[in-house]
Design a protein around this ligand. Structure first.
Ligand code: ZN
Length: 441
């Protein structure tokens, strides 16, 4: 009986191995099975058990704030009176069986590190059946300027926070829930990647016209039936088409991008913002929803064209590293906002923040804790020894502008006065790069 069962197993395994070889594996396994089946049967069964099956899961929920909530971006004391398009907290969990990582993208101006930490802690409490440590939950923000004040500086006056604490609690809870839902929904998947460019004719650097990173990287997870589980798209441009001119909730051009993507693919579509500081903006002859829609459609057209030629990522081994570090704060205004409690985070002579690096086979992703200049994006990509490469701005933190040193040399750079007033200071860039250098192998 044992012999017969063993023989049947051997035959089945041999067929499986030959089938696998037809799909591209080497000759070695076939030869091994043919010459010494009984021993190798155990070996193969063991190997199969240990074999990592790449899995992906995704979830999203609306986090549109109640009417009356303060609007982030532009002037203080502006409140929502309507909804143009809903904003979301979206999560994807990628799992190679050993080092799962969650990506969370929230449509808002930027979640500061303490709020990111709250989302991570709440998410871990909700997880079951997966070991996903807090640090491997990568929360980023899309930076829409038609979203809620989640930082505090757009309140009714100079001394009152614009954050609605009940809404922020809700946002934390919902974002955390999406991580748990995405983890629970994960299923065997294949990973695919495409690279292209976008923004020609609608994205500019308002400070240094020649310095624009137009690169787009799209990751797509398909299930075993070939159905889209999630896409993650990385590109750098401020979502400010309607900045300061509307009082309706919107994800700006990213909202239009979501709509286009969802019309063609089920599943979730995450936008991972790039390095947008110093100062990557859309061209805005007018600030209207029609313009946001036009740019969102143009961007989606570039992404979808690239997705016609996705390349499979065969090696989905995941690697991860992160570093908590401090940035010197030179900006007295930042310290004051913290001291007055308008911004709810400790900021003295230094401020704590974090960077992370994730690899999925050859694909590498690094986070920047604020709005970094394109040069920081390029320098970070240079640290990575394989690609495709993503730099996720407003990743794990929104510390404001992280600028090149030139911006702090008097008023020589365009918009320097404003950008410097919204930056921790000249040491932010070097401190971030040192932290990244320490974790990117
Ligand atoms: Zn900005």
């Amino acid at each position: 009986m044992a012999t017969v069962a063993g023989g049947m197993h051997s035959a089945a395994i041999l067929v499986a191995v030959i089938a696998a070889c037809a799909l591209g594996c080497g000759q070695r396994a076939t030869t091994t099975v043919a010459t010494d089946a009984p021993t190798r049967e155990i070996y193969l069964a063991d190997a199969k058990e240990k074999q990592t099956v790449f899995k992906a899961g995704a979830a999203s929920a609306v986090v549109t704030p109640p009417m009356g909530t303060h609007i982030a971006g532009d002037a203080k004391n502006r409140r929502f009176t309507g909804i143009h398009d809903d904003i979301f907290a979206k999560a994807v969990v990628l799992d190679d069986g050993a080092t799962p990582v969650a990506f969370v993208a929230v449509d808002c101006i930027g979640l500061p590190y303490p709020t990111v930490q709250r989302i991570r802690r709440a998410a871990v409490e909700k997880l079951s059946g997966i070991t996903l440590p807090e640090e491997r939950i990568i929360v980023s923000s899309t930076h829409t300027h038609a979203g809620p004040d989640v930082i505090g500086i757009w309140g009714p006056d100079e001394t009152t926070s614009g954050v609605d604490p009940a809404y922020l609690d809700h946002l934390v809870e919902v974002a955390a829930e999406q991580v748990a839902k995405a983890a629970a929904a994960r299923r065997p998947a294949t990973l695919h990647v495409a690279e292209t460019e976008s923004g020609e004719g609608w994205v500019v650097n308002d400070c240094e016209p020649g310095e624009v990173d137009r690169s787009v990287v799209v990751l797509q997870c398909l299930d075993e039936a070939g159905v889209n589980i999630a896409t993650l798209t990385n590109f750098a441009c401020h979502p400010t088409c309607v900045d300061g001119t509307v009082s309706e909730v919107s994800a700006d051009y990213i909202g239009a991008f979501y709509k286009e993507m969802s019309a063609l693919y089920p599943g979730e579509h995450l936008f991972l913002q790039g390095a947008i500081g110093g100062w990557i903006q859309p061209i805005t002859p007018e600030r209207t929803f029609a313009l946001a829609e036009d740019y969102g459609k143009r961007f989606a057209a570039d992404v979808l064209a690239a997705m016609d030629q996705m390349n499979p990522v065969d090696d989905t081994t995941m690697r991860f590293a992160n570093k908590v570090f401090t940035i010197p704060v030179a900006n007295e205004g930042f310290k004051q906002l913290s001291a007055l409690g308008i911004v709810d985070r400790p900021m003295g002579d230094t401020v704590e923040t974090e960077v992370a690096w994730i690899a999925i086979g050859p694909v590498q992703i690094a986070t920047h804790p604020g709005e970094t200049s394109p040069i920081h994006g390029w320098k970070t990509k240079e640290l990575m020894d394989s690609g495709p490469k993503m730099v996720v701005g407003l990743g794990l933190d929104e510390l404001g502008y992280i600028l090149k040193p030139e911006y702090f040399d008097g008023d020589t750079m365009p918009h320097a006065e404003y950008l410097v007033s919204m930056s921790p200071g000249p040491e932010a860039g070097p401190a971030m790069m040192t932290a990244l250098e320490s974790i990117i192998p």
